[in-house]
Design a binder for this molecule. Sequence first.
Ligand SMILES: [Zn+2]
Ligand SMILES: [Zn+2]
Length: 109
Amino acid sequence: MRNLAEQRCFNHAQREAVARCPSCENFFCRECITEHEDRVICAGCLRKLARVPLLNRRGFAGLIRGSQLMFGLIAAWFFFYLIGEALLAMPTSFHEGALWGEGNWLGEE
Ligand SMILES: [Zn+2]
Ligand SMILES: [Zn+2]
């Protein structure tokens, strides 16, 4: 069994290893090793551990944000469509309905 002090960092050949990553079983220097959830792990393995859930989370959030954006666009389109319809309908009702149509109709009654 070799002494830990004789081991060199997996990333830095000139540096002494201080710890061994339990995940990839390589030796690493103080700079390359980090603590993660009370476990000593190398930066590479930490990145690997972090990458999958992070990507999933980001993808999921992106999906939600995308659908929210889509819903917002549809809501905005519908809103403006309704306003447009109301604006188109308004002059018609002013001319034919409310102003003289209705008055005329009321007068005849
Ligand atoms: Zn590792
Ligand atoms: Zn290193």
